[in-house]
Design a protein around this ligand. Structure first.
Ligand code: ZN
Length: 428
């Protein structure tokens, strides 16, 4: 494809600006759907209808675990998927002359935490100056809206992409990555993909994989007056958590072996996110379970990391008399996903860099992020350059999550320009 003329570039950016108030209203409406895990279907119905009204050919389905469970990118599932609905809209040209593109976003959001810690209710998005607040607004409903309104801006000028363009709204990004994987398994492929996650106006060069696991610790229940003869599962859990911190330190010490990660302070983050145990204040607890998340470097398989976690927990258990004979059980209950590196020098990245320069008047920067991204599905399992690139945000996964609207507008401009150059344009 040829590079866009300065005149067409400006017309596209003006069209994005002209639609931006509508785009904010759309993002606000989407933010009102409390699309927590297992409850995404109403938001998905809204997106389905919105895309259909714009002329996309629609596909909507519940993820079937049997379809994806043998895929190497599959993560274990602990919930019922009958409400785990993916939505894909397809826009086809009259003549396929350009390169095809997937615009992907996830509609699932993480829990709000105590709602009284929010300044305003998390599912009643509100605007304050250049910021739009709400759970999932930055991560990543603003990105889904940017994908849709980038194409709308071209339509307002009388253009449609001259190659097949897919709008994917997926679930399960915050816990397994099985939503994006199910789209791939269903046959959706393209010459490039864009995911406008909140990445502070930058391109993700590499990211970590993530593992979720639950550690189940047994104890021996006795009355507290004879506690010396029992084994306290909660205190044993503390020892295991301390042990996992040692593993985290060991993995961080290996960062020099992993290109792009050597300059990060602390690429591997371990988190204990949930804990439960015991039944009674006067009984030595017979059980304790805690849920963990840990990152892994790209190139390390989930299986190898899992083996190392289990070996390490066994060594820690050997130091604790009761656990030595009753080792903890490790259950994988979510992310079981590798990280990825976006190879430098692709045409997709060059196209994004030009589009970004036109929209921001600044060169595109890339960075490395120590968290999970669905980009791995495209890069590792479909050999597709995936550009994870999106707006400036604050407090994602925290209280008062917010996205910067001027940044969202520029990202939308970048995506519209990318489509125009990558796919080419035909008159509607
Ligand atoms: Zn996200």
């Amino acid at each position: 494809m040829t590079e866009l003329s300065p005149e067409l570039t400006q017309r596209i950016l003006d069209a994005v600006a002209a639609g931006f108030e509508d785009q904010i209203a759309f993002t606000t409406t989407l933010g009102r759907f409390p699309s927590l895990r297992g409850q995404e279907h109403t938001a998905q119905d809204f997106l389905h209808d919105q895309l259909q009204a714009r002329g996309y050919a629609m596909d909507r389905w519940a993820i079937d675990v049997d379809d994806i469970k043998h895929h190497p990118g599959f993560s274990p599932v602990t919930i019922d998927y009958s409400n785990a609905i993916n939505v894909v809209g397809t826009l086809r040209p009259r003549a396929e002359t350009g390169r095809s593109l997937i615009l992907n976003g996830h509609v699932d959001v993480v829990p709000t935490g105590p709602v009284d810690m929010w300044t305003t209710p998390p599912f009643e998005p509100h605007r304050d100056g250049d910021w739009l607040y709400g759970r999932g607004i930055a991560d990543m409903k603003a990105g889904i809206a940017a994908n849709i309104f980038a194409v709308d801006a071209l339509a307002r000028l009388g253009y449609r992409p001259a190659a097949t363009l897919y709008q994917q709204s997926v679930v399960e990004e915050e816990c397994t990555g099985n939503g994006a994987l199910a789209c791939l398994q269903r046959g959706y492929r393209a010459d490039a993909a864009i995911i406008p996650e909140p990445e502070d106006d930058m391109l993700v060069r590499a990211n970590t994989g993530v593992l979720w696991f639950r550690v189940r610790v047994q104890g021996a229940p006795v009355h507290v007056r004879e506690a010396g003869t029992g084994a306290n599962a909660i205190e044993a859990a503390y020892e295991l958590i301390r042990g996992l911190r040692e593993l985290e330190a060991a993995w961080n010490a290996r960062k020099g072996d992993h290109r792009y990660f050597e300059d990060l302070d602390h690429p591997i983050n371990f988190n204990v996110g949930k804990i439960a145990g015991g039944d009674w204040a006067s009984s030595v607890p017979a059980w304790c379970e805690f849920d963990c998340r840990i990152a892994i470097y790209p190139g390390i398989s989930a299986q190898d990391a899992a083996r190392e976690i289990e070996d390490h927990l066994r060594r820690v258990s050997d130091r604790i008399p009761f656990l030595a004979n009753n080792p903890p059980q490790v259950i994988y209950n979510g992310f079981y996903a590798e990280g990825y590196v976006l190879e430098e020098g692709t045409q997709a990245e060059a196209t994004l860099a030009r589009a970004h320069m036109s929209s921001y008047a600044e060169p595109l920067q890339s960075f490395v992020t120590p968290g999970y991204l669905d980009g791995r599905v495209f890069v590792i399992y479909a050999d597709t350059p995936c550009l994870v690139y999106g707006p400036y945000s604050q407090a994602i996964h925290g209280f008062d999550e917010r996205v910067k609207l001027s940044s969202v507008q520029r990202v939308t401009g970048t995506i519209a320009l990318f489509i125009a150059e990558w796919c080419g344009l035909e008159e509607i």
